[in-house]
Design a binder for this molecule. Structure first.
Ligand code: NAP
Ligand code: FE
Length: 367
């Protein structure tokens, strides 16, 4: 039994915003733009977008305060703008951080109380979520396609929220907007997409043929593109491949979510400022090897077109992922490992894991 549900209109192409500009005019006359400090300007989205908004006399407010791993505070600050503005829709521009924040603000801003802790208490909070238009400037999180928003609470813990109302209404994919990503951001975001593709398929295990096809295509494109990238960084074909691979991987996790690999990486991002894609990648092979001990076929299916774990491991080694080491204390390792033992994702991840295994994961990446 399987289902497929992605209620996001996806438009892809160079200059797609101006091609489809009349669509932007169909959401109302007052837009809230949510973005990071630089990405909207640097990528060229803001220039293109403001021309269109001005042409159609759509009023706009730019909230450009979103940090990496967006916090509850930031989302509440964005939501508070609704007390003074009558927004009709939200345009989220950037990587996963601004898009996740934009989604959460589109929900919390329309709720009577702008308290992000309420996300965990009531589904009512999503009832009046404004339409969200997502314009990605990284190729990694897939947030432009998913029903998730990953936020950081005041205890510095990453908390994912999920609702069908958080699916963007429209996603505009223009590969030109990702050409300003440097080599290291291109790799870390590309690896996030790779982990989505494989983690989602680990859970699917071929049952949903649409998801299997998307995972296979996405992993194939990332495998083919994410080597020797220095020469390719300004190539539109390269950027288009990664952007499409990331979107496909986003569809995969929209159906199956991620695994304990993502959960293990969260504290590295929250407490050690490690890029999200790198935080997943440092544990990737070890967790897959562990799952392989009991479910080898499942792992071999999920990593296709890689034919063996060794081939996938070599791919990560070529990207120097094995070189990442971090200052971790005994207390941090103990605490984070205990949290993984009770994590919801653990129950949904195939394979057998215990406290000692999680501790060994963190010990391996210790300086
Ligand atoms: P990000 O955190 O949005 O951005 C990382 C950095 O890249 C920022 O410094 C950003 O600048 C910069 N940047 C973005 N676009 C750029 C461009 N075109 N040129 C140059 N620099 C650019 O990165 P991300 O990896 O896309 O997103 C990670 C977040 O997404 C994490 O919080 C993660 O938990 C979340 N996530 C969400 C989902 C989901 O389904 N919702 C899935 C996976 C991950 P600015 O600061 O100026 O923006
Ligand atoms: Fe991710």
């Amino acid at each position: 039994m399987w289902n497929y549900n992605i209620p996001v209109k996806i438009f892809q192409g160079e200059k797609i915003l101006s091609e489809k500009k009349e669509l932007l005019n169909s959401f109302g006359k007052n837009a809230l733009l949510v973005t990071g400090r630089n990405s909207a300007k640097l990528s060229g989205v803001l220039d293109d977008l403001l021309k269109i908004l001005k042409e159609y006399k759509i009023q706009f407010y730019i909230f450009d305060r979103v940090e990496e791993n967006p916090s509850y505070d930031t989302v509440e600050m964005g939501a508070a703008l609704f007390d003074e503005h009558d927004f009709d829709f939200v345009i989220a521009i950037g990587g996963g951080s601004p898009i996740d924040a934009g989604k959460a603000i589109a929900a919390l801003g329309t709720y009577y109380k702008h308290d992000a802790y309420l996300f965990n208490e009531s589904d009512d909070i999503y009832k009046n979520t404004l339409p969200i238009i997502a314009i990605p400037t990284t190729s990694g999180s897939g947030s432009e396609i998913t029903p998730y928003s990953i936020l950081t609470n005041r205890e510095n813990k990453k908390k994912g929220i999920q609702s069908n109302r958080l699916f963007p209404t429209v996603a505009f994919l223009d590969p030109r907007y990702t050409t300003t990503l440097n080599e290291s951001l291109t790799i870390s975001t590309g690896l996030d997409a790779l982990t989505h593709s494989i983690e989602g398929e680990l859970k699917n295990n071929g049952t949903n043929p649409v998801i299997k096809s998307l995972s296979l295509k996405s992993t194939t494109m990332i495998k083919g593109n994410l080597t020797d990238i220095q020469k390719k960084l300004s190539s539109i074909k390269f950027r288009k491949d990664l952007q499409e691979a990331s979107a496909m991987a986003g569809i995969v996790i929209s159906h199956f979510g991620t695994t304990i690999i993502h959960s293990a990486g969260y504290p590295l991002s929250s407490f050690k400022k490690v890029k999200h894609g790198i935080a997943n990648s440092v544990f990737f092979i070890d967790v897959l090897e562990r799952i392989s001990q009991t479910e080898e076929k499942r792992v071999l299916n999920a990593i296709e077109p890689f034919v063996s774990l060794q081939e996938l491991k070599n791919f990560f080694i070529n990207l120097d992922i094995d070189k990442y080491k971090f200052d971790l204390s005994d207390e941090e390792i103990q605490k984070w490992s205990e949290e993984l033992v009770i994590s919801q994702k653990r129950k949904k991840t195939p394979g057998e894991f215990d406290l000692e295994f999680y501790k060994s994961l963190y010990n391996k990446i210790r300086k």
